[in-house]
Design a protein around this ligand. Sequence first.
Ligand code: ATP
Length: 169
Amino acid sequence: MVREISAGGVVVRNKDGVWWMAAIELPGEAPARPDPAKRAVRPKSKVVICLPKGLVDPGEKPLEAALREVREETGITAVPITKLADIKYMYVRTWGDGERVFKIVTFYLVQYESGEIDDISDDMRVEVRRALWVPLEEAPKLLAYKGEKQMARQALAYVTTHADLKPAG
Ligand code: ATP
């Protein structure tokens, strides 16, 4: 089975005592077979909300990859706080030979330092519909995937038990 190693970030920012998290919206897939009875209605593509992440490049450390992906996919420059966990899942490629992929993604809790959310390149806009701040408390229910929901829960637990975290930016 093919393996993929990625890294990503839960980016948090405290504003006026409220913790926010940077999320990305992926361009959703339109339903494959629209209901013919509702032909007049244009099928709405479902928006998928995820955490910024991507493949670890050769020679790159997972934390470096996480910070790079955060910058590229959200426009935010962040600084590390701590490692959260590795999440694992399997998927089947929709291209090539349709191979099964076993994927490991290392997530880090990182804190906002600078930058504007959604300030991303035109190339990145193909993969990311938009980047946005969501309240960290709501992130577990907004995120699409179980493993990422868990990362947001861990991030929330961390910031609520570390009152010493300095509000940056
Ligand atoms: P990367 O962002 O690491 O470069 P990618 O965009 O090529 O990767 P994934 O985001 O891993 O690929 O998505 C590949 C497939 O896995 C998609 O079908 C996606 O819906 C699914 N997927 C993505 N994240 C998760 C997850 N945390 N749990 C389960 N399935 C997921």
